[in-house]
Write a protein that binds this ligand. Structure first.
Ligand code: PRP
Ligand code: ADE
Length: 175
């Protein structure tokens, strides 16, 4: 049964990637294990359902891996938040600081109808810069963000404090 699976056993930590001093939590091994991956999607779907999203927004690129199957599981649409320069048409963008460097994400201006409930999905919450930028973007194009969700929270970085929406996380790491 999926409730028996310890998801932490399926996540690798790799020191000094992508920069010295960063301990990288790698979900490749979770993705490669069908039962563990299925359990991940089921558990996140259960956590997001009470927030009644109309649409899920996935953050490129690891967020897409989660948001697409989760949207199918919840019966919602799926919207892409992409890295700079990847989306056609008129876009809105936001630049933010990462645990390692900076990045810019974009959304198509007409991606979301005014008042649409958009739940944000990514694989991991570190400093919270990415999710905070994503909430700003979604609101700037008319969305209402009832919640965000991810698999992993790096609690020692206190990213949750940057967010004004509740964040549903499955696994916590404190170092
Ligand atoms: O909370 P933060 O400090 O903002 O960091 C979390 C973000 O960093 C990682 O993405 P990355 O930019 O490495 O891109 P990827 O998904 O393409 O690997 C991760 O997938 C989150 O999106
Ligand atoms: N330590 C980390 N491991 C994996 N993805 C990350 N994104 C930001 N920090 C990360």
């Amino acid at each position: 049964m999926s409730s028996d699976i310890d998801l932490k056993k399926h996540i690798r930590s790799i020191p000094d990637f992508p920069k010295p001093g960063i301990l990288f939590y790698d979900i490749s091994t979770l993705l490669a294990h069908p039962k563990a991956w299925h359990a991940t999607i089921e558990r996140l779907a259960d956590r997001l359902r009470p927030h009644k999203p109309d649409v899920l927004a996935g953050i490129e690129s690891r967020g897409f891996l989660l948001a697409a199957p989760l949207a199918l599981a919840l019966g919602t649409g799926f919207v892409m938040l992409r890295k700079q320069g990847k989306l056609p048409g008129t876009t809105v963008r936001h630049t933010y600081a990462l645990e390692y460097g900076t990045d810019t994400i974009e959304i198509q201006q007409d991606a979301i109808g005014k008042g649409t409930r958009v739940a944000l999905v990514d694989d991991l919450l570190a400093t919270g810069g990415t999710m905070a930028a994503a909430v700003t973007l979604l609101e700037s194009v008319g969305g209402v963000v009832p919640a965000a969700a991810c698999i992993i929270e790096l609690t020692f970085l206190e990213g949750r404090k940057k967010l004004k929406v509740p964040v549903e996380t499955l696994l916590e790491y404190d170092s």
